[in-house]
Write a protein that binds this ligand. Structure first.
Ligand code: ZN
Length: 60
């Protein structure tokens, strides 16, 4: 998988929405690409903020 392809999949990767083989290829690319590591971290952070925001506080 080349960089452009991996970069396009980072959002779905952060959402755990990729097929197993695509997921493995993105992980393999991340090990050799600092840019994608930064982007993946950024997506993870945004998603965790969204999860905190959406979390219902009337769970009763
Ligand atoms: Zn990359």
């Amino acid at each position: 998988m080349d960089h452009d392809e991996a970069a396009q999949l980072l959002g779905a990767f952060a959402l755990r929405a990729l097929e197993d083989d695509e997921n493995a290829q993105v992980i393999a690319h991340l090990e050799s690409c600092a840019w994608c590591q930064v982007e993946a971290t950024r997506y993870e952070r945004v998603l965790s903020i969204l999860r905190d925001t959406v979390e219902p506080d009337d769970a009763a």
